[in-house]
Design a protein around this ligand. Structure first.
Ligand SMILES: CC(C)(COP(=O)(O)OP(=O)(O)OC[C@H]1O[C@@H](n2cnc3c(N)ncnc32)[C@H](O)[C@@H]1OP(=O)(O)O)[C@@H](O)C(=O)NCCC(=O)NCCS
Length: 278
């Protein structure tokens, strides 16, 4: 799946190899058990994949092989059966939009969507943390603490299911590297904020995913600092640009404000499609 994503990567592509690493590794075994994933190959070359969870599907199709998208939608419809089918694509993925329309899907407004935000690494701000806090990258053996800060930051809406096992899986996924996994530590040695960047060396492009700050430490500038720390490390490792994909709708606006405060600029957005099947 990552091979195909990397091969067709560009400004208009939906996913970065880091998206796939994070989404595959960070979830519970129970959730993973509900997935259905299929790949389409032509000889040695991967040309498409589909990833179904419940009645929703994510897909990647090589834009040079747009006809394969019809097969992916047939598989989706066959596997999920009658009822509502959901699929989201990036607005620039015109080959997928054409196939969605052929398969009977139409745009559905009102659901959550994501906006790609982009940043060149030439003029990064200087990361600063208040007295008593330390900014550094995580180490490969700090799995428990790394899982704990993720849980703390992501339990506002519902308790986070992140475990040490899942974080260990993330930290052993290609292309994870601890030098790009930044944390802020408080004076007790607890991690209180984190930002993980995945580097695609072939495209010199980083993906920031995920970012979080424990609720009691928010609005102190730690989110900014931990992102900037990771972004400087990305530049030192050869990255020239970074992407992050926060929600673009009004239902969850704060992360986009954080990224824009660092210099990220909004670009392409995802679009939700729905179809009824019978
Ligand atoms: C998003 C998050 C990481 C921000 O962390 P933070 O440490 O509070 O962010 P900072 O203090 O560095 O804030 C930087 C800027 O972001 C914006 N911002 C942050 N929180 C905000 C809020 N509650 N309301 C409005 N703007 C906000 C502001 O522009 C702020 O600058 P300012 O304080 O000078 O006005 C934190 O709220 C969080 O962990 N949320 C849950 C997890 C999450 O959604 N992660 C991002 C997913 S893409």
């Amino acid at each position: 799946m990552q091979d195909l994503v990397q091969r067709i990567y560009g400004a208009g592509s939906r996913f970065h190899i880091g998206d796939i690493a994070w989404e595959l590794a960070s979830v519970s075994p129970e959730r993973r058990a509900g997935w259905r994933i299929a790949l389409w190959n032509d000889g040695d070359q991967d040309v498409a994949w589909g990833w179904i969870e419940g009645n929703g599907m994510l897909l990647v199709v090589d834009p040079a092989r747009p006809e394969v998208a019809d097969e992916v939608f047939d598989w989706f419809r066959e596997l999920v059966g009658p009822g509502e089918l959901l699929c989201s694509v990036l607005e620039s993925e015109t080959h997928l939009i054409a196939a969605l329309e052929t398969a009977g899907f139409s745009v559905e407004e009102g659901r959550a969507y994501y906006t790609h935000h982009n940043l060149g690494l030439d003029n990064l701000g200087t990361p600063e943390v208040p007295p008593g806090f330390t900014l550094r990258h995580a180490r490969a053996d700090e799995i428990e603490k790394r899982a704990a800060v993720h849980r703390a930051a992501w339990s506002d809406v519902a308790p986070s299911k992140m475990t040490a096992d899942a974080m260990a899986a993330v930290m052993s996924s290609w292309p994870y590297r601890p030098e790009l996994d930044w944390v802020v530590e408080n004076s007790d040695g607890e991690f209180v904020a984190s930002a993980l960047i995945w580097l695609d060396e072939q495209h010199r492009a980083g993906l920031v995913e995920p970012v979080g700050c424990a609720p009691e430490y928010r609005r102190l500038g730690l989110g900014q600092a931990v992102n900037l720390g990771a972004l400087h490390a990305l530049k030192e490792l050869g990255g020239v640009e970074a992407r992050v994909c926060p929600r673009g709708d009004d239902g969850y606006p704060i992360p986009a404000k954080l990224y824009q405060s660092i210099g990220f600029r909004p670009g392409l957005r995802t679009v939700n499609y729905v179809a009824k099947s019978n």
